[in-house]
Design a protein around this ligand. Structure first.
Ligand code: HSE
Length: 302
């Protein structure tokens, strides 16, 4: 059995996009890379470079390895070990889908080493099962803006790219927030009027994209199912949103489970980013910003 080396590039992602809680996500132009060589011997070599490298396990607990192992076990492959080299640009535990990049990178690379034994749909299903919800793994895998849901019990997705310019101004605070913690503050039951609010807003977002009407997006990214409950975990969240709005943003949201905040815009990205960072600073939160585009390709063997 010969072992080959596969390199895969996976985009960071922003989930929820306001009202699309656990359903909508966008692939962003920021990437993690994995170089994988499967080994016949029971040996694990893990090298990690870039963002958060010092905080990522380099043993059998490593998420990338656990996903590779899961796929190898499912396939009954005889490889027992691996040499993993990760280069990370996606900020760790900040709401930009770092765990989804690890899951998708591990599964896609291991699958490529097995000559793509599994279809992309099967990889999508495996990744969703590992992550628990599809809204980050779908854009990480397929690129673009994605909507995912279980229809008749089957996981489906739609991926598209808008025909008008849309950038994401991403304000990244200098602290970690785990998804587990950010989910623990959510309510299991929500008022009917809040559910209706979100249904209306997500429907308007999809309509605005499908009919190329960016003006409809103003106000459409508001949410009542998760952001209000998470606001206390992100000092200054509403002030940062207001600063972006004042500088012309189309909408402002919590990126995934946070703590990163995002402003959607067609223009003026630098000014919006600076205003967001300054607003965070007023709450003693150190932050930096990036202006990102929508990634169109998703996970890619390079
Ligand atoms: N939809 C998820 C959440 C994304 O908001 O909890 C983070 O993994």
């Amino acid at each position: 059995m010969s072992s080959k080396t596969v390199k895969v590039k996976v985009p960071g992602t922003t989930a929820n996009c306001g009202p699309g809680f656990d359903v909508m996500g966008i692939a962003c132009s920021i990437y993690n890379e994995l170089e994988l060589t499967l080994l016949e011997e029971n040996k694990l070599i893990i090298e990690i470079y870039g963002d958060g490298a010092e905080n990522i396990p380099k043993d059998s607990k490593n998420m990338v390895w656990r996903c590779i192992k899961q796929l190898l076990d499912k396939a009954g492959a005889n490889y027992k070990g691996a040499h993993i080299k990760m280069t990370n640009n996606v900020p760790l535990s900040r709401g930009l889908g770092s765990s989804a990049t690890a899951i998708v990178a591990g599964l896609v690379a291991a699958n490529a080493c097995l000559d793509n034994k599994y279809s992309v749909q099967e990889i999508f299903e495996m990744a969703t099962k590992i992550e628990g919800h599809p809204d980050n793994v779908a854009p990480a895998l397929f690129g673009g803006i994605t909507i995912s849901a279980f229809l008749d019990g089957k996981l489906k997705h739609i991926s598209f790219v808008p025909e008008f310019p849309l950038k994401m101004v991403v304000a990244i605070p200098d602290f970690y927030l785990s998804t587990k913690k950010a989910r623990s503050v959510l309510k299991q039951n929500v008022p009917l009027k809040d559910a209706i609010f979100n249904i209306g807003h997500i429907a308007m977002i999809i309509g605005a994209f499908s009919q190329s009407k960016p003006d409809i997006l103003k106000g459409a990214f508001d949410d009542r199912l998760h952001q209000p409950y998470r606001a206390d975990l992100i000092p200054g969240m509403y002030d940062v949103f207001e600063a972006a709005d004042k500088n012309g943003a189309l909408g402002t949201v919590l990126s995934g489970a946070g703590p990163t905040l995002i402003a959607y815009t067609a223009e003026n990205g630098e000014a919006i980013g600076q205003a967001m960072v300054q607003a965070f600073a007023k709450h003693d939160v150190k932050a930096r910003y990036l202006v990102l585009d929508i990634d169109r390709e998703g996970a890619k063997i390079i």
